[in-house]
Design a protein around this ligand. Sequence first.
Ligand code: HEC
Ligand code: HEC
Length: 205
Amino acid sequence: MKIRLLRVAAVCALLATMGIVQAAGNIEAGKKKAASCNTCHGEDGQGINPTPPLAGLTEEYFTRQMNAYKTGKRENAMMEAFARPLSDKDLADMAAYYAALPKPCGDGGAPAPTTTGTGEVIGDIDAGKRKAAKGGASSCNGCHGLHGRGDPLNPRIAGLATGYFIHEMNDYKTGAREHLMMQVVVQDLNEKDMADLAAYFASLR
Ligand code: HEC
Ligand code: HEC
């Protein structure tokens, strides 16, 4: 009787472990697989201007972006080439690895640049701050949170490089990057708005 109970407990424990590993991916395996990614995305996925950081992205967001590159819902020839050979298991492992890393540009991190390579200032930070709050619940801050820190449903946008930020906004506008909500949001923004918003969010940590 005792032995049977022990056996049941062991099987339950084994199943539970398998369940967790399957759902969440394997962080150690993900770290190995992501080594080549980090040559562009920075040490521990902290980002290298203008290549976006991957550290701290939720598993859901990471996996959805990688699949969007694969299918062309998010157009980028280079990332499509990197994403295509990866299996669901590879993606789950990498997603677990990046999600476990601390988010970049946290308190004390270096502020992202708000100037171009030639030193030209992009956008007006104060104007961007006002625009980010305009519209209350349906504003940028309404979804991305005060200070752009994000939450499990909306990605962190604080500290994104201005070049990347403006590029993504334009991609939502043309449909090169598909996402119903963001595609609606950007329709009302002109180039100046995007530059101001980019400068403001890049200035946040
Ligand atoms: C040669 C440089 C390079 C390499 C190597 C690279 N990436 Fe990227 N990655 C980029 C650039 C540039 C972008 C921005 C593309 C865009 O505008 O959609 C990007 C975007 C991404 C994004 C979207 C980030 C976001 O915030 O939406 C993810 C996720 C990503 N890469 C994962 C990976 C993974 C995983 C690997 C390794 C298998 C990898 N990348 C390898 C350059 C690279
Ligand atoms: C209704 C909620 C909502 C609002 C309002 C909103 N966003 Fe977003 N935003 C999202 C979601 C969700 C995503 C992820 C979309 C995807 O998967 O492509 C996103 C993605 C982004 C990205 C791409 C992030 C990355 O790492 O590639 C940027 C930049 C961005 N939003 C900026 C803004 C700005 C600026 C505003 C205000 C003008 C705004 N958003 C308003 C929900 C919102």
